[in-house]
Design a protein around this ligand. Sequence first.
Ligand code: ARG
Length: 400
Amino acid sequence: MGRAKKVVLAYSGGVDTSVCIPYLKNEWGVEEVITLAADLGQGDELEPIRKKALKSGASESLVADVKESFVKDYAFAAVQANALYENRYPLGTALARPLIAKILVEVAHEYGADAIAHGCTGKGNDQVRFDVACAALNPNLKILAPAREWGMSREETIAYGEKFGIPSPVKKSSPYSIDKNLLGRSIEAGVLEDPTVEPPEEIYEMTKAMADTPSQPEYIEIGFTRGIPTSLNGAAKNPVELIQQLNQVTGNHGIGRIDMIENRLVGIKSREIYESPGMLVLIQAHRDLESLTLTADVTHYKRGIEETYTQIVYNGLWYSPLKTALDAFIQTTQERVSGTVRVKLFKGNATVVGRWSNHSLYSPDLATYGSEDQFDHKAAEGFIYVWGLPTRIWAVQSRS
Ligand code: ARG
């Protein structure tokens, strides 16, 4: 009796997920493996990947185009939350996992499968995200993670696959571990494991080297509707178009590279390189528009919510009651976050240089230092007396 009869496997076409197919069948007694590859705009050719799964022994090989939902429901929600893990990483990989889990569970239901499987090892965050998301969506489904248990080295994994007709990687596979999608690229391993070493230029794809960026600045205007990016340079864009074009234009100026030591949920510090030009600029612009349209107390309170939201997403709790509650808070705050932000792109920097909104709370009559000033300066005196009273009393007391 195997661990499961019919399994839906998250499939990327790589060595580990391919080897999972014969491994599940031969070592764990699974009768049928259905593979599912998610198209998140990673730019890989999905047809050869689909065929490879069948060659590796899958009974059915599915490809799901989820690009639109990925950007609209996951990435843009994170923009509304200004979500940057440890203040820097815009969660490109973390945001994809709950969506992949969702379609895995849907396919499991459709095909009557009794388990979900993925090729994550035991050291990363992604295993946590898949396992917890699947459990949240259907706690009755088993979750199988062969690569977490099989204990094979890379060479052994390739050799195991070859026994079952899985071609070993044609070109010497890259020394890096790369996860990519419409939101960016996450790059680990190889020389990057030494945190003292500067990342070699070859690892970057979406962002230009500073030496090759234009010598003139470029201005763009990003339009938001209730906190959702909806236009670029005055032209309405669907979510996928918008992020693609924004990645292009901002990456061209060398914007969006991140080199950080990151704290994983499983306790390991890892050296991570990201390139995520579009998301970084969207979050920067969105935060700026919020500063124009939200009251001071909402802006300040939301920072704490954003921090919690970011931790929750990073730590695999996308489908959780706290996340749902935070979403409700964030959505309420976005009602008036509509308007346009003008951003200057130059030599690796994106700088917000202008913003406007029909819901602007900025009052020129109150802010001006000129003669049109409407602010009641006399009122400040009484305010300061009351505001400073506790401090005054404290000062008096400490002198006596
Ligand atoms: N550390 C990042 C995260 O947990 C990215 C992981 C990317 N995976 C990879 N194989 N490079 O979200």
